[in-house]
Design a protein around this ligand. Sequence first.
Ligand SMILES: C[S@@+](CC[C@H](N)C(=O)[O-])C[C@H]1O[C@@H](n2cnc3c(N)ncnc32)[C@H](O)[C@@H]1O
Length: 388
Amino acid sequence: MKKYELIAPCHFGLEAVLKKEIDDLGYDISKVEDGRVTFLGDEEAVCRANVFLRTAERILIKVGSFRAETFEELFQGTAGLAWEEYIPRDGKFWIKKAGSVKSKLFSPSDIQSVMKKAMVERLKKVYRQEWFAEDGQSFPVRVFLLKDEVTVGLDTTGESLHKRGYRKMSVQAPIAENLAAALIMLTPWKAHRILVDPFCGSGTFPIEAAMMAANMAPGMNREFSAMEWGHVAGKRIWYDTLEEAREMVDLTVETDIQGFDIDESALAAARENARLAGVDSMIHFQRRGVDMLSHGKKYGFIITNPPYGERLEEADLPSLYTALGERFALLDSWSLYMISSYEHVERDMRRKADKNRKIYNGMMKAYYYQYIGPKPPARPKRPAEESG
Ligand SMILES: C[S@@+](CC[C@H](N)C(=O)[O-])C[C@H]1O[C@@H](n2cnc3c(N)ncnc32)[C@H](O)[C@@H]1O
């Protein structure tokens, strides 16, 4: 079996969550850097990482890395990589995205065109042909330069992994599915604990939580670009991976997951998305303003992203956050986790967070405010948990 170095980009600030996920899948991590985790795996790992990782953005096969301060060095470095190991004679290939940080070369379009030319030159020599029809399978390439070190990866994912396939109906400012999953994973919430999102919008937090509770792999209902690359991972491996994912699903698990929102159209989207994800039976959605937030039980979790000023008509953020603070104060023994870019969260909540963590929501700086409640008393273990 061939060993690959696989690169999984993720949201800045959430590398540790992704690292743990990769560890749990059983792969050896070789490097953790800002916004990406590199690990080692075979062709099965390409499939399993795409299907099972909740917090990665995509999975790249590292084709190579080299230093380049000039376009000539970029050309030579690119032409020196063994593209023929991945791209067949009729393959369609292009540099899908180029990113550059603290490097001499920074123009994405120039980097893209120089690298494409270098790839063509390499393949011309290897395949002994002058012209490529490029009418076969697609091989998108991604490249990033950091301090003049060029890292080149072949994109096995295609459409970003945050697209699970369930969000057909959107609202304004939805949170990315992989970011929502990572934020849930940063809390001690488990399937048997209560979870409420009082600003649920299109339902991302409740749906991601329900998928975790049901052990439902995030990528089991979508396609990936490497599914067509029989020479990298054959159809059988994809089939086995998807079978493994299907066998793991347990929709009978009991949950108390709720999503509230003041906007009926957001709730319609949330219900439809939950249905498409196959977890609608596990979530209760209801129209309710945050000033009516309540729950009869103890030790629950609020995990949410409230409005943070993305719309002009939501200018009254102080009273919204104050209402959340007041309702939260009435929820005895609850914890609250909230991502927001609004700068007066703690002032208006009238309570300082116990912990606070900087996270990038795309390019926007946000903080993950954590108000940590007490742990519930230990619950008696079910026989299955004892034997396992
Ligand atoms: C940033 S969006 C949440 C997006 C959501 N996480 C998603 O992925 O779609 C904030 C949501 O808060 C809702 N909202 C605004 N004011 C509210 C209020 N007073 N009570 C409850 N929900 C409210 C909006 O309708 C909007 O759907």
